[in-house]
Design a protein around this ligand. Structure first.
Ligand code: MG
Length: 202
């Protein structure tokens, strides 16, 4: 399986990163070794500035390529929350030197996700919100209605380039409020008030 991550899908986050708004979806990949489920996160020694980016995650249910946006809803049925951990210091170096982002984004354990999956029929995405708490303090609030590119648009776009396979995950981008983590932190993420993900930084 592969992990597809969308960048700059909320205007407020693009603004806080001093990044221009994208005119088409921007995506990058994390390898399957980035997945972290129900375990603590160990701060890696190659970075001094790991940031959390809480994101709504979509699981692909069906193989597809060249998927039309109008049919994209047939390719997923569940959501959860995840964190796109980012080595911001390394990402900055990569950006300045025009280098790929893998070292900053694709490292081991950089993609914790909840093991609780929410059926899309059980929630109204347009009225949903997710929140990320760091040591109990609210850091991020994401409203999927504020997506620059909808899930269906993202699936249509990405599947022009990559065949989507069952079990692939799409991280749909993070809202404003990203920030650094410290050893000893507890992060928790809730969707519509239900805590789906909790992890300790060690
Ligand atoms: Mg992200």
């Amino acid at each position: 399986m592969k992990i597809i991550c969308i960048g700059r899908n909320y205007a407020d986050h693009a603004l806080e990163m001093n990044s221009p708004l994208p005119t088409e979806p921007l995506f990058f990949l994390k390898p399957d070794t980035a997945l972290l489920k129900d375990k603590d996160f160990y701060y890696p020694n190659f970075s001094n500035d790991i940031h959390f980016e809480c994101e709504l995650v979509v699981r692909i249910d069906k193989v597809g390529k060249h998927i039309k946006a109008a049919f994209a809803h047939k390719y997923y049925s569940h959501f959860t929350l995840g964190i796109d951990f980012t080595a911001r210091d390394i990402q900055q170096q990569c950006k300045e030197n025009g280098l790929p982002w893998e070292k900053a984004k694709g490292f081991d354990q950089s993609a914790p996700i909840s093991s609780i999956w929410i059926n899309k029929n059980s929630l109204d995405l347009e009225k949903s919100e997710f929140k990320l708490f760091q040591n109990g303090i609210l850091r991020q609030t994401g409203l999927p209605k504020d997506f620059i590119f909808s899930i269906d648009t993202i699936i249509a776009y990405v599947s022009e380039f990559l065949t989507l396979k069952t079990g692939d995950l799409i991280f749909t981008g993070t809202p404003a409020g990203v920030g650094p983590i410290q050893i000893g932190d507890t992060l928790s993420a809730a969707l519509n008030g239900q805590v789906l993900l909790e992890l300790n930084v060690k």
